[in-house]
Design a protein around this ligand. Sequence first.
Ligand code: NAP
Length: 263
Amino acid sequence: MTPPPDGRHLLILGGTTEARALAAALATALSTTLSTALAGRPGLRVTSSLAGRVARPRLPAGEVRIGGFGGADGLADWLRAERVDAVVDATHPFAAVMSGNAAAAVPLLALRRPGWAAVPGDDWHRVPSLDAAAALLPALGRRVLLTSGRQGIGAFAHLDGLHFVARSVDPPEPPLPAALDVLLDRGPFTLDGERAVLREHRIDVVVTKDSGGAATAPKLTAARELGLPVVLVDRPPLPAGVPVAASVPEVLERLAEQGLTGR
Ligand code: NAP
């Protein structure tokens, strides 16, 4: 699609609540003729990109493309062909391959919600990877709530002595642990709901990535209430030199500084 003659083109690498919030904020700004703090310049085209991992993704407002680009080179080609002026990496904090490819292809801005912080009463065990989480688990419990995403379940497949309750949006694929119940669900989750999951499945340890955000935080509160240990997988580092914004308003501010949106 050809952009408007005087238009600019912004690509949002998405798949997160924050990416949808950014697309919505820009769509709202662009649809109004009022000169507000967020008002976009006429002709700004915004495209959101999704990996296509989940069967029925929540679609962001505005234009959407779905599927991989074909590595950093494929992304660079796409950005050239579509005349993209700026890229916001609003992917999940654990989508490190996409972030690395994007940083290699183009100067970009990352939108990352902050990670979670422990409060008194939490029994958190931070580990650098899913494999490290699997190595630690047998020392902490026998019945595991696994919320690390369906792509991460394979790291636990060899742990025959443990019973897993894995929650994911779509069904996980092998390799899988021998003793496994799957809960198909997607956030946001409530504290009451999380209490019920932990009690009904007699969970004694929780495994999660440090995704951050309110939508999936209630499991941490429920675990604290029940005195359960939580194995928390640390985020992979962002590619070096990529500036980070922690919120949608901060991204809008930076885009305005670049002249992509009005103030
Ligand atoms: P990843 O391992 O970093 O990326 C693997 C490949 O998937 C990339 O090389 C790219 O393929 C493609 N890809 C990833 N994100 C894309 C996007 N937004 N648009 C187009 N292609 C994309 O990513 P992942 O961990 O599988 O995550 C995939 C998507 O799910 C991301 O959009 C992420 O925001 C979302 N998500 C991930 C998690 C998680 O825990 N990892 C959780 C919730 C949501 P090409 O090399 O072919 O371009």
